[in-house]
Write a protein that binds this ligand. Structure first.
Ligand code: URA
Ligand code: SF4
Length: 284
């Protein structure tokens, strides 16, 4: 039944946020009304829903066990707050947020960075891009997407009829992981409140998720191959995943599919993709 599917989908999303250590989520008015109208789990008769709930409990237990061996050992005493406080970050203005990121030591990545990469661009952007993590060149310059992947992203931004300065570019984590490995859960869970606050301050009209790390961290979906070009919601903002620019450099055949994804975003923002084609023809 579609109603059950929707509830399960929403539950899955909330479990995902919980697993990431978030204490607060932004809910769109529609989702809030929907949740308020849904039967509470304890009122739901035993059914497939019950199975989903059991699974949810198991998932939560698994997450708790996985996330904090020391914490469960000390569960009767108040926990030392080592993690970034979501509520504190949630109150910050831009200046405080950036300086907090720049001096952050909340996860192990701080000890191997040259400098942080808080993100850059228009703080009132209608279009925001979210990548994975700084690479070598970003770590050197303190700016996002300034290496080879950045050149590819610049082409994508241009093709969408935007200038780099008009959009905002951020990342899931603000410090470079060693040898550009994928950021780990203990790193992303510490760093995500910063991104949440950035999104909240910018209030973009739409977000483009670049590759599978932002996809899985922000939506819980795993396969970028299946998810690209679909519509998600990230903290109440429409979000469309597409392939990471580095992947496009390695697999140029995928550029066509990425362009289809970006065209949807352009149309949403009232831009005409045909105009990009016309501009290309006149400039060549
Ligand atoms: N790749 C990313 O995901 N982010 C950057 O900032 C640079 C490369
Ligand atoms: Fe802090 Fe994020 Fe850097 Fe970790 S990656 S030290 S949480 S800014």
């Amino acid at each position: 039944m579609p109603t059950v599917d929707l509830t399960e989908e929403l539950l899955r999303l909330l479990r995902h946020h919980k697993a990431k250590g978030r204490q607060y989520v932004f809910l769109s008015p529609e989702n809030l009304t929907y949740l308020q109208q849904s039967p509470r789990p304890s009122q739901t008769p035993a059914s497939s829903d019950d199975t989903a709930r059991k699974q949810a409990q198991t998932d939560d237990q698994a997450v708790q066990q996985q996330a904090s061996p020391q914490q469960s050992a000390a569960s009767s005493t108040p926990r030392k707050k080592e993690r970034v406080s979501d509520s504190r970050v949630g109150q910050m203005d831009w200046e405080t947020l950036i300086s907090t990121i720049q001096s952050c030591t909340a996860c192990p990545l701080h000890s191997v960075r040259t400098q942080t990469v808080p993100g850059a661009g228009n703080m009132n952007a209608e279009l925001m891009f979210i990548g994975e993590a700084p690479g070598e060149e970003e770590d050197r310059q303190g700016l996002p997407f300034v290496g080879k992947a950045g050149q590819q992203l610049d082409k994508m931004i241009k093709a969408m009829q935007f200038e780099r300065e008009e959009v905002f570019i951020g990342n899931i984590v603000k410090c470079r992981p060693p040898a550009n490995r994928v950021p780990q859960n203990n790193e992303t869970s510490q760093c995500l409140p910063y991104l949440e606050r950035q999104i909240e301050l910018i209030q973009p009209r739409i977000i483009v998720l670049l590759g599978s790390t932002p996809l899985s961290q922000l939506t819980g979906a795993r396969s970028i191959n299946r998810a690209h070009g679909q519509w998600y919601e990230v903290y109440g903002i429409p979000a469309v995943p597409t392939f990471h620019p580095s992947f496009l450099l390695r697999s140029p055949a995928k550029k066509k599919e990425a362009w289809e994804d970006l065209k949807q975003v352009m149309r949403y923002l009232g831009k005409d993709p045909e105009e990009t084609m016309r501009r290309r023809q006149t400039s060549s």
